[in-house]
Design a protein around this ligand. Sequence first.
Ligand code: COA
Length: 178
Amino acid sequence: MNVIASGKKPAACAYRLIDSTEYSVLEDFLYGAIFIPEGVEPPPRDVIYSPTLRHYIKGFGKQGDICYVCVDDSKIVGAAWSRILDEPDNKGYGNVGAGVPELAMSVLPESRGRGLGTELLKRLHTALGELGYKRISLSVQKANAALRLYERCGYKVVKEQETDYIMVKRLWESEDVL
Ligand SMILES: CC(C)(COP(=O)(O)OP(=O)(O)OC[C@H]1O[C@@H](n2cnc3c(N)ncnc32)[C@H](O)[C@@H]1OP(=O)(O)O)[C@@H](O)C(=O)NCCC(=O)NCCS
C-alpha cells in the first residue's frame, strides 16, 4: 500500500534506539507481534512469558541486542528489535544458524500502514550492518500481511514450513550469505 495513495499522511515520528529505562515496553510490542488471524480470539497476554516467546525480550540489553523505537508525541508507537536466539534447546522461531540475529517487531494498531515499520526496519538493518552482522532472519505466518513488508525490505524466503516462512535478509549486499 502506498501511504500517499491511501490518503494517510506518513507519520512524523522520531526514530531512535530504545533507552534501557524503556525495556519493559517490549512486553507490549512482543504481544503486539503475535499474528492473530481474523476471527480468532487473541491469546491471553501472559502467553509472552511462555518459553518460546519470553526469550525474545527476557533480560534485553545484552550484547548483540538492538532495538529501534518510533516515538509519536512522546509515546512509543512501534518497535523493531533483533537478538540472537540460537540456544540449542530453545531457538527462536526464525533461527537460521548460530550468531544470526532474529527480528521481532510491531506497531500499535492505530499507527499501522503509515510507513513506521519500514523506517524502523531500515534503521535496524543499517545498525546491524555497521556492527558487522551479515544476515538477519525472521519467521512470519504465511497469512500475515507483514510478509509483503518483509519482501519489500529485501527479505527472501529460505524455508517454507506448514504455516510459516523463515526469511533472511542479507545486510551486506556483496556477500553471498543466504
Ligand atoms: C507488520 C507491522 C510491524 C508493519 O508496520 P507498519 O508501520 O504497519 O508498516 P508500514 O506502514 O511501513 O508498511 C505497511 C506494510 O505492513 C504490513 N501491514 C500493514 N498493516 C498491517 C497489519 N495490520 N498487520 C500486519 N501487517 C500489516 C503490510 O505488509 C503493509 O504492506 P502493504 O502496504 O504493501 O500492504 C505492523 O503492521 C504490525 O505491528 N502488525 C501486527 C504485528 C505483526 O504482524 N508483526 C510481525 C510479526 S512477523
